[in-house]
Every structure is written in C-alpha cells, then in structure tokens.
Design a binder for this molecule. Structure first.
Ligand code: SF4
Length: 449
C-alpha cells in the first residue's frame, strides 16, 4: 500500500509564480506572463501536467479555450483592481491588504453557502456539510478541499485561497455519520470539495466505510463530484493507489448502493486523451454510473458546437449529460459571465443537434440560494417578453416544477437581476428589501397553488 505522503508526488502541478514562468516559456510573451503574475495574486490558479501536456493547445494560447479554462487572464480583474495589485507588488503588507479587499468584493460565497446551507446537529453547527435539499447532503472532507488543477471560473475559489474563514471542511466522518443517522430523508450523499479524488484512498475510506454501516441504508446513492477525468485521469489508471481507490469505490456497488461519479466536463477536448478514456472504462468496470455537468462560460465553451460535441463524445463513452449551469455570481464573473438570454440560446442550439439520448442535460440552471432555477426560454406574453423559469430543486418543495416568469432583460446574467413578471410570480422570488414591498410574502408561506 502506498502512503499518503508518497501519493503527494503523483500529481505534478504548477501554481503561484511558477505559472508566470511557464507562460513566459511556452508563449514567449513577457507581458502575458506579467498579467498572469498579477491576476494570480488575487484568484487561485493551479495547473496539472496533464492539462499542460495533453489539453492546452499552446499554438493558440492565450486564446485557446483550454488555456482559458485554467490560466489567469488580465480581464479577470477590473482595470482598477489590476492596477492596484500591480502597484502593490513590491510591498507585501500593502499587497495583502489590496488582495483581501478585492477578494471581499468578489462575492466569495455565492448562494449564502456559509449561512443558509450549514445544518445544525445536537445544538451545534456541523461544519463541512451542506444540506439544502431534503434528499441530498453535501460532504466536504477536510483533505479533499483542493483539486488536481483549478478551473479559473470556479465558484468555490474561496476554498483555495488559504483564508480559513472562507473554507468549508468537515470534522471527520463520525460527525457526518451521526447527522445522517438522524436524517432518514437523505438518500444521496455527495462527496465534494474541491475534488474528493485528490485524497489518498486511505483518507476517503473511513467516509465510504461509515456510509455502508448498518443504520444508513437510507443512503442509497453515493456521489463523487470530480474533475479528475479532465485534470488528472491517471488518478484512476496509473497513480500509486489507483487500484485501491477503485476497490474502495467498488465497495459501494458491492454493498448494493448506487455509485454516481459526477464528472465535470467543460470542453469536448477534455475527453480525448487515451488515459481519460481508460479512466472512464475503469469506473464503468466497477459498476459506476457517470453523469456530466459544467457551466457555460465565456472564452471556454460559449459555443453550441462545443456542447454538442461534448455530449456526443459522452454518449460514446457511456456518460450521461446531466446539468448545464449558468456561471455563478462570484469571482471573475465579469470575464466568464454571459447574459441568460445567450446561455439559453447556446443550450437550445446544442440540444437541437444531438439525438434524443444526448438531450438529457437539464439547463441552463442557476444554482441560487432558493434552489435550482432552470431557464426554459423567452415567451411573448400579453404584458411583454418574459423569461420562462422553473425550480428543479427548491428549499420550498412546493415551488418545484411550477412555471413562472420574470421580466425579460437582455443583459441579465443572474437570478438576483431578475424581476417578477406579475404579482403571481412574486411568490417565487426571495423577499427583497425594496420600497413598496410591504405586501410581499415569503415564498415559504406563499407557494402558489
Ligand atoms: S473542479 Fe470544481 S471545485 Fe475544482 S476548481 Fe473546477 S469548478 Fe472548482
């Protein structure tokens, strides 16, 4: 058996100042390298050697979508912030203050993750667990709070910048298990992070074993959220403990539970390397179901062909397209975000070109504090154009599956920018502190019938 320490050398990555050196070397562009240096002081970046050697097309960098997926770009910061960091570069205390201020402005925990999703158990907050929807609990194992590389658009970027106040990490499997025993409504446990597959199998094992203990039969599905197939597929093929990890995951299936590997695929090129295909085959070989998801992001996959190609490749590999997300209102959204109108067009145009089996991805979906809201399109109503919306998941279960409308706004990028179309629709929106809202009722009390 390999030790946890030995595994550390299995994933070779480049981060921090070495990123600028890599860009200078590969692109022969000193200005680009300087911009990488500045932006990476604010947002976290880490690139695996698999991405550097097998995914990025260096001839097309910095415009290559896979380069944009993982490397810093000047436009990720607004010009004022960029200049402030640049001026503070030689002055560490000033730089720390500037960086902290900018991070605070980038909405580090969208969707009220640090407040509304944290459950309580036996009178205390349960750290490292989120329980937003009755059937599904998210677990953030302490040693899985990083990834093999970082997506530059990551909505969990705050996890990676080293500020303990912005981290979500659990206190070990015992606390999680006690909570789950008291919650028989939970059928699905999602291990997430970060990426739980950065953990040595010995670190993940106590969690998996505990879930399979008597008394937790109500947990019928164990989900693993991962981008290892794209960032470090050797994790499941040639890493020192790849076989141990597969055996551990297989124990879920052997126990009669469902093992769902939620793979994050941003671009079809991620599925091309042979080692990635071998990793997919290894997961199928142990009885795993594979489901894919990703957000639509400018510069990376804002093209219906990219989505259609990715779905076709997934069908061949036996991966079910699951979710198309709207980029969340955090981090470098000024750089990655797209109007909801455009995101829906991309989704619709992509769906139109694949067979029925490829049309299983739901979207585009905003994962909001109130629930998962899908944008079904734009309708012409007697009062004007409107977004047609629907909750796929909601804190208030009664709201799920009921169509509602928001005023069409061609520039709106997120839920918080939408305005109810009619008095009926107000019940689906959170109470917002606006003049004249005295008559509005909380959604929990006002579920439309
Ligand atoms: S794989 Fe997921 S958690 Fe990791 S950087 Fe990408 S979006 Fe963030």
């Amino acid at each position: 058996m390999t030790t946890v320490e030995e595994l550390g050398s299995a994933t070779r990555t480049v981060s921090g100042r070495r990123l600028a050196a890599l860009v200078r070397e590969r692109c022969q562009d000193a200005n680009l390298a300087h911009e990488v240096e500045v932006v990476s002081r604010v947002l976290p970046f880490k690139v695996s050697h698999h991405v550097i050697d097998h995914l990025v097309d260096w001839q097309s960098a910095p415009d290559d979508p896979l380069y944009r997926l993982v490397f810093p770009h000047r436009d990720m910061l607004d010009p004022g912030h960029f200049g402030a960091v640049e001026r503070a570069l030689g002055d560490p205390p000033a730089l720390r203050a500037v960086v902290a201020g900018i991070r605070g402005e980038l909405n580090p925990h969208p969707g009220d993750q640090l407040t509304r999703n944290i459950p309580h158990h036996e009178g205390a907050e349960l750290s490292g667990v989120q329980h937003k929807y009755a059937q599904t609990a998210l677990v953030f194992p302490r040693h899985g709070q990083t990834c093999h590389a970082y997506c530059s658009y990551c909505f969990r970027w705050a996890q990676f910048v080293g500020d303990p106040q912005l981290r979500m990490a659990d206190d070990g499997p015992q606390h999680v298990i006690r909570y789950l025993r008291a919650h028989p409504e939970v059928t699905d446990v999602l291990f997430t992070g970060g990426d739980p597959l950065v953990m040595h199998s010995a670190r993940l094992k106590p969690y998996v074993d505990a879930l399979l203990e008597p008394g937790l039969e109500h947990v019928t599905t164990v989900r693993i959220g991962t981008k290892a197939l794209s960032f470090h597929p050797a994790r499941l093929v040639t890493d020192p403990d790849a076989a141990e990890m597969l055996r551990l995951l297989e124990s879920v299936v052997r126990a009669g539970r469902s093992l769902a590997v939620m793979v994050h695929v941003s671009h079809p090129r991620e599925l091309r390397p042979d080692v990635t295909r071998r990793a997919v085959a290894a997961l199928h070989g142990i009885g795993a179901q594979l489901w894919s998801q990703a957000p639509v992001v400018r510069h990376v996959n804002d093209d219906p062909r990219a989505w259609a190609d990715a779905w076709r490749a997934q069908l061949v590999l036996g991966i079910h397209p699951y979710y198309v997300f709207v980029e969340r209102d955090t981090g470098a959204r000024r750089y990655f975000g797209l109007p909801l109108r455009r995101v829906h067009e991309i989704y619709r145009d992509a769906v139109a070109t694949v067979s029925g089996l490829g049309r299983t991805a739901r979207g585009p979906v905003m994962s909001t504090a109130e629930g998962k809201v899908v944008v079904d399109g734009v309708a012409e109503l007697p009062g004007g154009p409107a977004f047609v919306l629907r909750f796929l998941q909601a804190r208030v279960p009664d709201l799920v599956g009921r169509p509602f409308h928001a005023r069409f706004d061609p520039t709106a990028q997120w839920w918080s920018e939408l305005v109810p179309f009619s008095p009926y629709d107000r019940a689906f929106f959170p109470v917002r502190d606006e003049p004249g809202d005295e008559g509005e009722r909380p959604a929990a009390q006002a579920g439309p019938r």
